[in-house]
Design a protein. Sequence first.
Lengths: 645, 150
Amino acid sequence: MQKINSPSEMVEMRDLCQAAFARQKVRFLVCAGTGCIAGGSMEVYAELKRLIGERGINVDVELLFEGQESDAGAAKSGCHGFCQMGPLVRVEPKGTFYTKVKASDVPDIITATLDEDTVVERLLFKNPDGNKALAEHDVSFYSRQTRIVLAGCGTIEPEDIRNYFAVDGYQALADIFQNHSPEQVIDIVTKSGLRGRGGGGFPAGRKWKAGLDAKATPKYVVCNGDEGDPGAFMDRSVLEGNPQAVLEGMTIAAYSIGARYGVIYVRAEYPLAVVRLLKAIEQAKEYGVLGENIMGTGFDFDIEVFQGAGAFVCGESTALTLSIEGKRGMPRVAPRPRTTEVGLYDKPTLLNNVKTFAYIPDIIRRGADWFKAIGTESSSGTAVFALTGHIANSGLIEVPMGIKLREIIFDIGGGIPKGGKFKAVQTGGPSGGCLPESLLDTPIDYDSLDEAGSIMGSGGMVIMNEKTCMVDVAKYFLQFTEEESCGQCVPCRLGTKQLLEILKDICKGRGKPEDMDLLVELSHSVHGGSVCGLGQTAANPVLTTLRYFKSEYEAHINDKCCPAGVCKDLISFRIDEDKCKGCTLCARACPVSAISGEKKEVHTIDQTLCIQCGICLDKCPKKFSAVECVSPKIIVTPKEKMEVS
Amino acid sequence: MEERLSKVLAPYKGKHNALIPILQEVQAELGYLSDEAMMEIAKTIGLPESQVYGVATFYAQFYFSRRGKNQTKVCTGTACHVKGAARVLDAFERELGIACGTTSEDYEHSLETVACVGSCALAPVVVVNEEVYGQFKSSKISKIIENLKE
Ligand SMILES: Cc1cc2nc3c(=O)[nH]c(=O)nc-3n(C[C@H](O)[C@H](O)[C@H](O)COP(=O)(O)O)c2cc1C
Ligand code: FES
């Protein structure tokens, strides 16, 4: 190992790493993102290593650095984003892209690659048009994307810093040490138009400038990796897939404002991100690009990892810093000084989202104009989304700002699977809103989404099909915010509870016509009477669903009907006598034995016993489709009840 | 238990800034935060017990009673919610015979929900002990429970 003693040595280090990795003729990159690991990618990795080793090929990376050639090697990469098709394997240098790989497929992959110079057809991704994709960029999911923050995720090995060096890692830091004053760096960030990716969209340059102008010391740089939006995993994938980019971005920020210490706040549920970050920090220190006397310049900056303890509100900046101090994470009450002046331990603190920091090295290396040219006038660069829900291709995507929702959902996401119909798209998590089909031509940028009643958020994008009940979705989010409200503002603490109770009543068939006005009125009170973003935006899911899906509320309230067939108190399951063939599958699966009927005879559901679990509907073979969900509920009169018993 | 506790607490004497990492470490060691442990923590770092409880109860990660040997977490994040997490949770409640948020009498199982584990593309997701199960089907439950018995 060679410690970096001056910024100019960074170029040499890059060339050294590039040359070493080039000595490996073929490289199998197995995705070690959380999704692929759940699918068994580590078994695939072990099998690859074993079989390559059996051939007597050197798989030791260290030997590459000593100048030895190697025919093949295996490495673990971060998340490629196409989690649903995992485990994924990418074969470099050709970039051959295999999906749904099992350990038993490994011998074929090795033979095809090393002996025959062919590909394993059956593991290639098949595009909707029937064509097989050889590499990632041939897959329709990827071809419309522009990857900057995610570029390294899936192509480099996150647990070995030399991979990051080889793709120009830490060149930006070396460059600013040599050529730019803190003011100049901030100037580049400002000119790039980069806005904070944590949801608020605050101009990063302006925040950094405030950090530089703050007088007190020591100063802190804090990275917000709390990723509170339940249904999103962008920050997780960046932290796990390219942790060095976040460290470099934070170090550049520290240089710009004159900070000595940094903290990365990682969400409690992300143990793998913590492991990778700690490893990354250790390696960065070993190479002298982090810690004391960075690159021999005399600049010191240390980063610690802090693990959150499960509180959504801690994603808010003032709550987050209090939480690091070992206190309850309650947002500070306004009027309050900015975090850039009074933050962690009451000292000046620059706090940005994971992605905001991860953009920085690229912006410094490629220049403000390059970044500004991507996206729109008011929102430059790309947006990263976790595309999930009822969508054919779910996963992590990065697209230029300004792209239309429709393009994301239908071109990249491949539309709604199983012949379903699009109903709504939700962005911004519990603070965001649900947009209907008529707004699918809305461009993705901070201002347009705001106008439509939703928000950009930090990147969650959940697609919902026609079987999703929008009142239930509003209830779902209110349940979340009611539980996560820290409780210090009465309108937030009690208002979210009242909103939730009204929504629960509506879903239970106890809604009253005046409830809809009451919901709007209460929403405005909660918005106006809360100090932090949690309360201020908590009603957005209610307001947008009321605005765009009013008829569904009316059906629940006036007709006691849940058109999507979700709200249990408003639906019944019944068996169509003409279609039932008496296969007994449903009766055997029913967990409460509510279904009776002899073999080959029509079955019936006892409505007094049925718990609306829907298992019978799932079990009934498609060719019969005898079970149906009906709403409003089938009312059982006392007489019928007697007959049944 | 006392010995394990004092070993965890030793490096933290008087450090109240470190309260959250301390709570995390103690819970990792003991499985939950017992009354005695909370008292010890308060004494070690020099904070009133009420304050230590105040912080600990604020965060969802901390438990104050003994939990089951096997821990099942059903994700109810947005992506999982729209993909039928509620039904998965119902099914677990039925099969394990315990309500969400509780532990079985024989301390074999605990069942709870979690708001997203970050594998949303695989929704619905269930985490049993440390293992993540994606694209979950309720029909897998009995087999999973069976396997845990071994
Ligand atoms: C309730 C609440 C939760 C938040 N959660 C997060 C989060 O999980 N991640 C995040 O980066 N920002 C979150 N924010 C926004 C932060 O307060 C802050 O604006 C952001 O981290 C600043 O970084 P940026 O300028 O790079 O966006 C949240 C805000 C509120 C009010
Ligand atoms: S919503 Fe379940 S894993 Fe994210």
